[in-house]
Design a protein around this ligand. Structure first.
Ligand code: IFM
Length: 442
């Protein structure tokens, strides 16, 4: 009988990730709060509302859940609109709350990782043109300097911008996130401002905390041509890989913004990456389509035989995770998996998704890809942006009305991984027996 243990290095960070708008509740001063009030923007007209009521203090019970489950780290984000509600006002009381949260992590033996920007902007930024206004670079730098100074005694690991590539594609190309634009030219300008803002924030944090580790967080999608023999599918795939996966990180490596048809020199951004945060969820096939000029190069689909999550949002392709980590390794800095998970209210797919992805993570660790930690998305179900409350990513289920949390089996599975700092055959036999032979072939 197989009895195997896939060990992780000592000190490996095991945690879960959250973001302010998705968990805090009662946020009124950001672009999402406004967007949610517009009819048709959010599935079923839902709103973040009270979210997970962290602002009401429920972060304490959720941190307890994480700590008692063996998690030794947590990634959270700061809400810029609370900290700087108007251009000329910093709210010290809000910074006190974040200090209390970070102390709360410390008291529970958990390493904090803090994200400065996770999708939401203060209304005053949005009203001034948002990320299309080049002044955002300076504003974001001032915000980073302020929170760096305020929180430097509490946190060492900083993420600047979460998934800048998702912001561009959903907010400026597909128009399903605020400000709801569908404008390639604007998207390209925003990409430049994001890179410059990241670099400014990187320097602002290092100025007050030289020992800080600061990096971006990229949503890596495994992109493959639908018909590998068809040159136009290959070209479309290449374009999307370069613009979606590579653009941001390559800029930080080379000091060049590479738009494929032109390159812009930005030497000041070069080298502003102490680690790379990778969010991985899925793989997509890319295909060229003569039918539509606008989308000829941007069509995507899941492989018709892929195993899909309940709402069809994610295909379970663990090999894509290994590919993401190999890609990250080539960028030359340590890696942290800042998000990975699946929406699955019934928790039927999640246990095997977890087993298969942690297995790939272990493989990558053993290829010495310099991976320092893994943050599962997410701890407790939370508000999933334009999809409202319809997508359940939590290790714990949430009833938004009563705020009651219910532990899913995956929470037990993940706890066993965190506590043993290993993925074992016994765990997989118990929680995901259907993939046992794939993970432990004899
Ligand atoms: O919920 C989001 C998160 O805010 C950003 N990364 C992907 C997650 C799941 O869609």
């Amino acid at each position: 009988m197989v009895d195997a243990t896939f060990n992780f290095p000592r000190g490996f960070l095991w945690g879960s990730a959250t973001s302010s708008h998705q968990v805090e509740g009662n946020i009124s001063g950001n672009n999402w709060a406004l967007w949610e009030q517009e009819p048709g923007r959010i599935l079923e007209g839902q709103r973040a509302g009270l979210a997970n009521d962290w602002w009401g203090g429920r972060w304490k019970e959720d941190f307890d859940r994480a700590a008692e489950s063996g998690q030794n780290a947590h990634r959270l984000s700061l809400e810029w609109s609370r900290i700087q509600p108007t251009p000329d006002r910093w709210d010290e009381g809000v910074l006190d709350v974040y200090r209390e949260m970070l102390r709360g992590l410390d008291e529970r033996g958990m390493t904090p990782m803090v994200t400065l920007h996770h999708f939401t902007d203060p209304l005053w930024v949005e009203e001034a043109g948002g990320w299309d206004n080049p002044q955002v670079v300076e504003w974001f730098g001032a915000y980073a300097a302020k929170v760096g100074e305020a929180l430097k005694g509490y946190v060492n690991l900083w993420c600047t911008i979460n998934e800048p590539n998702v912001v561009v594609s959903l907010a400026y190309l597909l128009g399903v996130h605020p400000p709801g634009r569908q404008d390639v030219g604007q998207g390209f300008r925003v990409m430049a401002n994001q890179v410059l803002a990241h670099a400014t924030a990187y320097r602002a944090i290092h100025a007050v905390q030289p020992e800080a580790r600061v990096g971006p967080v990229i949503n890596y999608r495994s992109l493959v041509p639908r018909r590998p023999w068809w040159p136009l599918d290959r070209t479309a795939t290449w374009m999307q890989r370069r613009l979606y996966n590579d653009f941001f990180v390559d800029a930080l490596q080379t000091g060049k913004l590479n738009y494929l048809y032109k390159q812009i020199s930005a030497p000041e951004v070069k080298g502003t990456m102490d680690f790379l945060g990778i969010n991985y969820y899925t793989r997509q096939e890319i295909y060229f389509d003569f039918g539509s000029a606008a989308t000829a190069f941007t069509n995507q689909r899941f492989h018709p035989e892929a195993e899909l999550s309940p709402n069809g949002f994610i295909a379970n392709v663990p090999e894509g995770f290994f590919e993401a980590l190999k890609w990250g390794y080539r960028k030359g800095v340590p890696l942290i998996v800042t998000e990975n998970g699946v929406e699955d209210a019934e928790d039927t797919l999640r246990p095997r998704y977890l087993a298969q992805h942690i297995h790939q993570l272990w493989r990558a660790v053993n290829f010495n890809y310099r991976i320092k930690g893994y943050f599962h998305w997410t701890l407790v179900d939370n508000f999933e942006w334009d999809r409202g409350w319809t997508q359940r990513f939590g290790l714990w289920a949430l009833d938004e009305e009563t705020q009651m949390r219910t532990r899913r089996r995956s929470a037990d599975f993940y706890a066993a991984i965190c506590q043993q700092n290993a993925l074992t055959s016994a765990q997989v036999r118990e929680y995901a027996p259907e993939v046992f032979d794939r993970l432990f072939p004899v």
